[in-house]
Design a protein around this ligand. Structure first.
Ligand SMILES: NC(=O)c1ccc[n+]([C@@H]2O[C@H](COP(=O)([O-])OP(=O)(O)OC[C@H]3O[C@@H](n4cnc5c(N)ncnc54)[C@H](O)[C@@H]3O)[C@@H](O)[C@H]2O)c1
Length: 304
């Protein structure tokens, strides 16, 4: 008589088995804060070896300490992603420590708010250099290593809903994110023959330090939340979950995708400019004098 053995694996082991991420080596830029830190937390929880690559030494060092104390495998490396020599050093340091690079997640990013005609060259350069050039330099350096080593790697870039849907005051940011979406598709095509997948996430409004100022304004926060069909702001973990899917075995057949992770905000986004602007006009006098509000304060509202 045949004996059937019904062995149920513990759930964690089952998830680890289908994701196949244990011991994979990942670099996460912008890993010290917000979305990047959530990715680092999830990756280390899944048994990966993670490099927290960030400009912020204080935050990065503290995160490294916290995770190492919990027995996770990771280290912090300080760099400015817009500088090619610093990117090379990061790659060399990672290879010295872990011998390979399987996964790259480019979360380092900055945003500024200026009306287009007030946008100074330094602000344009800072945003484009960090977001677009930084993403390119990282993809370029890590892509070469993946090809050299025959690693069927995974790259995930962070674009934004603003790659296609602008709001007032973010011309440089929107340009950088449109560039990241374009770079992602072009790179996916070129690296596909090597078995390397390249994708991007287009987050909507996610509660992180980058969004701290706008979300502290109750009126504008309300205006934003009404544009999100799911009725809440996103959390960094919402984005990390999709990134984990993309870099895992489950994401094997996904490349060149630029995926909205927005709670549905991208569906109503075309009306956002007008709605947002209307709210700002109603409360123009009450807007505090902080960078987020200055574009609205400076515009001649009678022209719209
Ligand atoms: N929060 C949102 O609502 C939202 C929406 C869409 C897209 N995004 C994008 O998600 C990414 C992460 O943003 P976040 O909200 O987590 O912000 P965040 O400010 O919490 O994290 C960004 C991290 O990038 C690091 N960084 C900045 N410049 C750097 C440089 N030159 N070199 C290395 N590291 C640098 C910062 O030190 C910080 O740790 C960004 O690309 C952002 O544009 C965020």
């Amino acid at each position: 008589m045949e004996i059937m053995l019904h062995y149920r694996q513990p759930r964690n082991e089952f998830i680890m088995d289908i994701l196949k991420l244990e011991n994979k080596v990942a670099i996460v830029t912008g890993g010290a804060s917000g979305i990047g830190a959530a990715v680092v937390a999830q990756f280390t929880d899944l048994g990966m070896k993670v490099v927290i690559a960030d400009l912020d030494e204080d935050l990065g060092g503290k995160l490294e300490q916290k995770l190492v104390d919990k027995g996770k495998e990771c280290f912090f490396h300080q760099l400015d992603v817009s500088k090619s020599d610093q990117v090379s050093t990061l790659v060399k340091t990672t290879l010295n420590r872990y011998q390979t690079i399987d996964i790259l997640v480019n979360c380092a990013g900055v945003g500024g708010l200026s009306g287009y005609l007030d946008l100074i060259e330094e602000e344009w350069d800072w945003i484009l250099d960090t977001n677009l050039k930084g993403t390119h330099l990282m993809c370029f350096a890590v892509g070469q290593i993946m090809v050299e080593k025959g690693v069927k790697g995974r790259i995930v870039n962070i674009s934004s809903i603003n790659d296609e849907i602008p709001v007032v005051g973010i011309a440089a940011y929107a340009t950088s994110k449109a560039g990241i979406s374009g770079l992602t598709r072009a790179l996916a095509l070129e690296l596909a023959p090597y078995g390397i997948n390249v994708n991007a996430i287009r987050p909507g409004t996610i509660v992180t330090p980058l969004m701290k100022e706008p979300l502290e304004l109750p009126d504008l926060a309300q205006a934003l939340i009404r544009q999100i069909p799911r009725g809440r702001f996103g959390h960094p973990k919402d984005v990390a979950n999709v990134i984990t899917f993309l870099v895992s075995d489950l994401g094997e057949w996904v490349t060149g995708a630029v995926i909205p992770v927005t709670g549905g905000m991208h569906l109503v986004g075309e009306t956002s400019f007008y709605y947002f602007f209307e709210r700002a006009m109603m409360h123009e006098d009450q807007l505090p004098d902080i960078p987020f509000c200055r574009p609205w304060k400076k515009f001649d509202l009678s022209k719209f």
